[in-house]
Design a binder for this molecule. Structure first.
Ligand code: RIB
Length: 304
């Protein structure tokens, strides 16, 4: 049976320009291609999980504008359950402005719009889906009380919670206590742990663990792989060798893959390999949701 995943999170329309290099403050650089694509960390993770075989319910807010309508139609095409999508008359849909340089690195600014109104009550209404889920997937592009309510509700129903703390923000013990797996990248981990960014990965993960007491810390490190800390045991999932052209949503593909694999009952090392493959494929393609692989693509990649 397909893993049942509930994603509570943001939905954006991404406006992307490819540039040779990223501009400095006050500088204008002439860009290349421009594209408008579906994005938003919550939506990307929901779509990633759906393409990888998960049965996904997405709890989100969209404005009643054309961006919102186009986004909802796209999620529907992916087979995502939108029973708990909230249409917001008061705010526009979320938008992200993204620049991607020739090495695939990016800078992103988000205007949250309706995402900023996703409320604890919106999550409570989704209890019928949450109660039956195998896994809940959370990020930080929506208000923290909403993230906290979602994690609490999932915990109450014995549903495993994965928190991808992106974009990084100061979090409380009340949230940490209801999280089972934390998946920061190195800069997010440093911010959460109040540590220097050049702290060795192992020390960073241990510091984060001491602070949060979350049972599983997965520190994602791009081409250096993912470092996992469970109790005192540390493991490195090596990165796949790829040529990255655009890392936007690679982390979202990883988190979506992790949720599906864990939701399907796979052990952590197998789930991490699956998630890493999904992330690696996404980094070889342009755009957020257009880059997210299907289950068949990940299987073929792993079988190479
Ligand atoms: O994680 C990538 C996403 O971050 C983009 O799709 C953009 O919308 C921002 O939310």
């Amino acid at each position: 049976m397909a893993a049942k995943i509930v994603v509570v999170g943001s939905a954006n329309t991404d406006m992307v320009i490819k540039t040779e290099r990223l501009p400095k403050p006050g500088e204008t650089v002439l860009g290349g291609q421009f594209a408008t694509v579906q994005g938003g960390k919550g939506a990307n993770q929901a779509v990633a999980a759906a393409r990888l075989g998960g049965k996904v319910t997405f709890v989100t807010r969209l404005g009643t504008d054309s961006f919102g309508r186009i986004a909802a139609a796209a999620y529907q095409t992916e087979g995502i359950n939108l029973d708990f999508l909230v249409w917001d008359d008061a705010a526009p849909s979320g938008v992200a402005l993204i620049l991607v340089n020739k090495n695939g690195e990016n800078i992103i600014a988000v205007a949250p719009g309706a995402n900023a109104n996703l409320a604890p009550d919106d999550v409570l209404r989704a209890e019928p889906a949450i109660r039956k889920a195998d896994c809940m997937l959370l990020q930080l592009e929506i208000p923290l009380p909403t993230v906290q309510t979602a994690a609490e509700l999932a915990r109450r129903h014995g549903v495993r919670v994965i928190l991808n703390p992106a974009p990084a923000a100061e979090l409380s013990d009340d949230l940490y206590r209801n999280v089972d797996v934390l998946t920061p990248n190195e800069s997010e981990a440093a911010l959460l742990a109040g540590a220097e960014t050049d702290l060795p990965a192992s020390d960073l993960a241990r510091k984060l663990r001491a602070l949060t007491r979350i049972p599983v810390i997965v520190l994602t490190m791009g081409d250096k792989g993912a470092l996992t800390l469970i109790e005192q045991e540390e493991n490195l999932t090596p990165a796949f060798e790829i040529e990255a052209i655009d890392t936007v949503a690679a982390g979202d593909a990883f988190n979506g893959g992790l949720a599906v694999a864990l939701g399907n009952g796979q052990d952590l090392p197998t789930a991490l390999r699956f998630a890493s493959a999904a992330g690696a494929i996404a980094a070889t393609r342009s755009g957020a949701q257009p880059s997210l692989p299907t289950l068949q693509e990940v299987k073929a990649f792993l079988a190479r």
